[in-house]
Design a protein around this ligand. Structure first.
Ligand code: ADP
Ligand code: MG
Length: 234
């Protein structure tokens, strides 16, 4: 410990907060690994064409390209960002997504990560991300997407995957990875028969029926990688 002059100060007994981060070496974002970020980025890059095709059917065709741009930007900072404390790491990821993805999805996924960063401030620094903590952060992210998009489930958007997958995660204190994956997959499939009421697809009205929502497809991909990582980290 040191004062502004850099002189070391004595540490008084009982004055240290139990979870005070080390000022020199901040607590790492335990559980948020470069492997996870790179795996999510790879999955989005591999799915670029498929997401583009989905968005061509009911939007303007750019969702694959938008997410691929974000994936490259996130992969580029992955090694660095996971060395930072979790709130800072999530904040940097959010800003990177906002600045790289564009379209409607950029501000929505970006707001999600920025709200998760804010929620992470209330967690003990350096605490590993276990399923209940993931559920708390995710809930804050989902609320931010709803606010930003003035939207909710049933509008044929990414929320139709994010919300049921969160519900599956929150339903049990133990991670039921299969249940979360199944909820995400069912949520994505459920966007097929929906009529879009938000986003570009809403302009199509009834003609949006019969197509999967591209943002729901990218959300399912990301969730798949996040759940893989939490499962592997247990
Ligand atoms: P754009 O629609 O500007 O071309 P993208 O193609 O990158 O942006 O993203 C489209 C996706 O964003 C949609 O498939 C949908 O999941 C999501 N989206 C659009 N508007 C909203 C909204 N108001 N609320 C939630 N999600 C939305
Ligand atoms: Mg688009």
């Amino acid at each position: 410990m040191s004062d502004r002059t850099g002189r070391p100060q004595p540490v008084r007994a009982g004055c240290r907060r139990p979870f005070a981060p080390d000022p020199v070496r901040p607590a790492r974002a335990v559980g948020l690994t470069a492997d996870l970020l790179e795996a999510a980025a790879r999955a989005l890059l591999q799915a670029e064409d498929r997401l583009g095709v989905l968005d061509t059917a009911i939007g303007d065709g750019d969702h694959g390209r938008n997410m691929a741009r974000g994936a490259r930007a996130v992969a580029g900072i992955a090694r660095d960002v996971v060395e930072r404390p979790l709130p800072e790491a999530l904040h940097r990821l959010g800003m990177t997504v906002v600045n790289s993805v564009g379209g409607a999805a950029g501000p929505l996924y970006g707001s999600c990560l920025l709200a998760m960063a804010q929620a992470a401030e209330t967690e003990a620094p350096g605490r590993p991300i276990d399923p209940p903590m993931l559920a708390r952060l995710w809930a804050a992210g989902v609320e931010a997407v709803k606010r930003r998009g003035r939207s909710d489930v049933g509008a044929k958007t990414m929320l139709d995957v994010l919300v049921p997958a969160l519900a599956a995660l929150s339903a049990s204190p133990r991670l039921t990875a299969e249940a979360v994956r199944a909820a995400a997959e069912a949520g994505l499939a459920g966007t097929g028969p929906m009529r879009a009421t938000k986003g570009r697809a809403a302009y199509l009205g009834d003609r949006s029926v019969g197509h999967l929502d591209p943002g729901a497809a990218s959300a399912a991909l990301i969730i798949e990688r996040v759940i893989d990582a939490v499962e592997a980290g247990r």
